[in-house]
Design a binder for this molecule. Structure first.
Ligand code: MG
Length: 207
């Protein structure tokens, strides 16, 4: 299945919204990341001179069948696979864009800024509403969360997006990150994992 668009959700965990000095939004906050940013397990995350670069561990939903204006009840039936996703972010650039009232697209969209694990069938996961998310840097735990704490659960995200934007086979939804985002340094080994789903490990390089 070729990757489609990547639809990302901002601030979908209250504690993370707070650490960004924001309040959790009243409706899902949507932005896009290009599929050209995708990398797999073992590949390097590479950033140039773009200031602070953060990790964000997230659950990814992968669309298996077209979803257009679906209900919450129909939504998970359109998801075929799940994966672990790292929504790598050039935080200084994003904050500057936010302050200026400009889109923060570039800060999220650079090549290698979308590490993702090998997808596994949704049917192999017991409950997407109770998945633990863990991210380590050089073996030290930086993020630990649970999908139970999402502001908008997976089915709501799919139904909400599909009201405005057709979701197609191969599209990826990155469902937001829990608290604990932190800056990466040259040479760091970043491992994002969701027990029962998988993990993606990537070395960070400043070039
Ligand atoms: Mg994110």
């Amino acid at each position: 299945m070729p990757p489609g668009k990547i639809v990302c959700i901002g601030q979908n965990y209250r504690a993370h919204a707070k650490e960004l000095n924001s309040q959790a939004p009243e409706e899902p906050m949507i932005f896009l990341k290009p599929s050209s940013a995708l990398i797999g397990d073992g590949e390097e995350i590479v950033a140039g001179d773009v200031g602070r670069v953060d990790h964000e561990v997230e659950l990814a939903l992968i669309i298996g069948r077209t979803a257009r204006n679906v209900t919450d009840e129909e939504a998970l039936g359109r998801v075929s696979h799940v994966a672990v996703f790292n929504d790598v972010t050039a935080r200084d650039m994003q904050n500057a864009a936010r302050r200026a009232g400009n889109p923060w697209t570039l800060s999220k969209s650079m090549d290698t800024f979308a590490p993702m694990s090998q997808p596994v069938p949704l049917s192999s996961v017991e409950d997407v509403h109770k998945l633990e998310l863990v991210l380590t840097v050089n073996g030290e735990v930086r993020q630990r969360g649970n999908t139970a704490d999402m502001v908008f659960p997976p089915e709501r995200l799919v139904s909400y997006i599909s009201r405005f934007m057709t979701l197609e086979e191969g599209d990826i939804i990155a469902t937001g990150t829990p608290e604990g985002v932190s800056a990466l340094r040259d040479g760091d080994l970043v491992v994002a994992s969701i027990p029962g789903v998988g993990s993606v490990r990537n070395r960070f390089r400043r070039k």
